[in-house]
Write a protein that binds this ligand. Structure first.
Ligand SMILES: Nc1nc2c(ncn2[C@@H]2O[C@H](COP(=O)(O)OP(=O)(O)OP(=O)(O)O)[C@@H](O)[C@H]2O)c(=O)[nH]1
Ligand SMILES: [Mg+2]
Length: 457
């Protein structure tokens, strides 16, 4: 069945210079012709592919605007279907009226992500390329945009496709062995199968590991700044944001609530929480703040524990160590206020932290070193944007399934089991890698993915 023709406003809702309204589907040119009247008296049906045409936009016989229409003929359009784009003036009322005129002329309103879903269904792009388009729109940093463009240009699809073909070839060899054990149908030995499985395991593992970078750049690292009162936690937050985000005073207990903000640090997005200084207190509000601080540490992927090097190490610093020591987060000790006379016994914190950095949130000394360490920990320092990345949890779970199934197949062969046992695992691996890039997908999953897109994309 032919897809029905849909229309949507593709630009954001609101007042602007231009609005873009798109139609896609087999009737889109015919419907647009009812609403858009080219000044040169021809019709859109007769206009050339991908050529902008100037004309009037009419509704019920009345001109409501003038604008530009462009026809893209199947299959040379974003969706692979006949598509018309109408650019009109960007007022709310005029945009609504153009849209209404198109709906009155036979178009249906598009659902979220329906244009891209059609592009995927029509083979114009793979699933990871479709997801990358969403990532381009959502990119909050230049690094996130670069990462999205890597997948958008097909780096992940190419890698997934290679893994798919190699697993398929292995399965073919195994089935040839199982079905015709006496005939020399395959020249692949069991040892060669094992070495191919080992190489596939390495490839899928490194792809799975790329999610660490993908996540750090795109979604961000939940980072809790903690410490006893007055050590300079809020000053550290402000150092990252470069603004007076949190109130800083020399009064202990200045910060009571959790203050959350984002900052980019060597391409890593930090989702920072500044917290109340952890101490015993009778103040009801402050004690709630202390509880919240402890909760933030529990949720964090990166803990920045701040200590004041101009003071002696005390029981409250010890309490900070006890609060963070069992957390599974990456832990960095920030030895702050290095611009002052040192009194702190740094031996006391030895062994509890992954890294220790001397800083002064006041003079910014040590900031660069801290940023380099964070970059190194979460992206390995310099990101190679030409290599494929896993960029969301859906892709991550499929690549992990592929990797684990390959590992199971390898261990079956290693322990001397017959190839048919390994073939079960390889079938699982093949399905998982197929799902990663949308070769094998249920409608429910596809609908779920595209429902997160904007209408008009
Ligand atoms: N000399 C010096 N003073 C600093 C430094 N960092 C912070 N301070 C000062 O230390 C005091 C406390 O700083 P805050 O950033 O408010 O400390 P906090 O840990 O957030 O304090 P609470 O919110 O009360 O727990 C302020 O007077 C800051 O100006 C530093 O590196 N050097
Ligand atoms: Mg504070």
């Amino acid at each position: 069945m032919q897809n029905r023709t849909i229309a949507a406003v593709s630009t954001p809702y609101g007042r602007g210079a231009i609005s873009l309204i798109r139609l896609t589907g087999c009737d889109s040119i015919e419907i647009a012709d009812k609403v858009f009247k080219p000044k040169n008296k021809t019709s859109l049906a007769n206009s050339a592919h991908a050529h902008a045409v100037y004309g009037d936009i009419v509704s019920n016989g009345t001109v409501i605007d003038d604008g530009v229409a462009t026809v893209f003929r199947a299959p040379y359009s974003y969706t692979g279907e006949d598509t018309v784009e109408i650019a009109c003036h960007g007022g709310i009322v005029v945009t609504n009226e153009v849209m209404t005129a198109l709906l009155d002329s036979g178009a249906y309103p598009a659902g979220a992500g329906e244009f891209t879903k059609r592009a995927y269904a029509n083979g114009k792009m793979t699933l990871s390329q479709a997801e990358a388009i969403m990532d381009i729109i959502d990119a909050k940093t230049p690094a996130a945009l670069k990462l999205a463009n890597t997948s958008g240009r097909g780096a992940l699809s190419k890698e997934a496709s290679e893994i798919y073909e190699r697993i398929k070839a292995l399965l073919a060899s195994i089935y040839a062995y199982i079905d015709y054990p006496d005939e020399d149908l395959t020249d692949v030995t069991v040892d060669e199968m094992k070495s191919e499985l080992k190489s596939l395991f390495d490839k899928t593992s490194s792809l799975a590991n790329s999610y660490k970078t993908g996540k750090a750049v795109k979604e961000g690292i939940k980072t809790a700044i903690c410490g006893k009162p007055n050590v300079g936690k809020s000053s550290v937050l402000n150092m990252f944001t470069g603004e007076d985000t949190a109130i800083v005073t020399d009064i202990e207990g200045t910060t009571r609530d959790v203050i959350t903000t984002q900052a980019v640090c060597n391409d890593v997005m930090l989702v920072l929480s500044d917290t109340a200084g952890i101490r015993q207190t009778d103040d009801t509000v402050e004690s709630i703040g202390v509880e919240r601080a402890i909760t933030e540490v529990g949720k964090a992927e990166l803990v920045l524990a701040v200590f004041d090097t101009s003071r002696l190490f005390d029981d409250r610093d010890r309490e900070i160590i006890n609060t963070v020591k069992n957390s599974s987060a990456v832990k960095i000790a920030l030895l702050n206020k290095t611009d002052k006379e040192p009194l702190f016994d740094t031996e006391k914190i030895n062994g509890y932290f992954d890294k220790t950095v001397y800083i002064s949130a006041k003079t910014m000394q040590g900031k660069k070193e801290l940023e380099d360490i964070i970059g190194e920990l979460f992206t390995g320092g310099r990101i190679d944007y030409s290599s494929p990345f896993i960029s969301n949890s859906r892709q991550y779970s499929e690549i992990c399934r592929t990797r684990d199934a390959v590992a199971n197949a390898l261990s079956s062969l290693d322990s001397g089991m017959t190839q048919d046992i390994a073939s079960f695992d390889l079938e699982d691996a093949l399905s998982a890698i197929s799902r990663l890039d949308g070769r094998e997908m249920t409608d429910d999953v596809v609908n779920e993915i595209f429902s997160k897109f904007c209408v008009g994309k």
